[in-house]
Design a protein around this ligand. Sequence first.
Ligand code: FMN
Length: 188
Amino acid sequence: MNPRPRHFLFLLASTRRDGNSEQLARRAAAHLPPGTEATWLRLDEHPLPPFVDTRHSTGYGDPDGTARLLAEATLRATDLVIVSPVYWYSLPAAAKLYFDHWSGWMRSPALKLRDQMKGKHLWAVLVDSDQAHEGSAGPVLESLRRTADFMGMSFEGALLGHGSKPGEALQDPGTAGQADAFFRSVLK
Ligand SMILES: Cc1cc2nc3c(=O)[nH]c(=O)nc-3n(C[C@H](O)[C@H](O)[C@H](O)COP(=O)(O)O)c2cc1C
């Protein structure tokens, strides 16, 4: 039997276009097996409403508007790639808000996000302006690892780059090489 075809969702969390994290992700994605489906979404083009914790009051219905679009894109994917700069040792607000909404989507009877994400793959492409190996990205990595674990997803690893101005991360030949090899496990 053929394995399930992979569908990658690249969620761009930077607040600027064509920045370091996006450049790294596009370089890595160029090495996905031919024909792999890939969807790219910019979180700043799809602003989510503020998240409200209604777990113990009204509960959650079906998301609508932007939340519906993002939830459906998430559910369609087999592989979710968080493409993000490090902001204050964390994910930028838009990415954090997206994950906060998972709390509602998990409880929406129509979506049951947690059941549906089980067994899917989570990847990260992260850039900070630190020079040390994990640098400022350590806490982000840890939270993504734990999120994957909580959701029953497999955390496939992170591509880490360092740079401040756009273009700087890929100037490092080591980082560029890691980007070229990042998705090699998908070929197996
Ligand atoms: C609001 C803000 C917070 C940042 N916080 C950190 C940080 O905690 N650690 C770090 O090393 N770099 C930090 N940076 C630098 C960015 O991570 C770095 O410039 C990165 O290359 C930006 O990625 P992008 O080009 O994909 O947007 C911060 C930048 C901004 C704008």
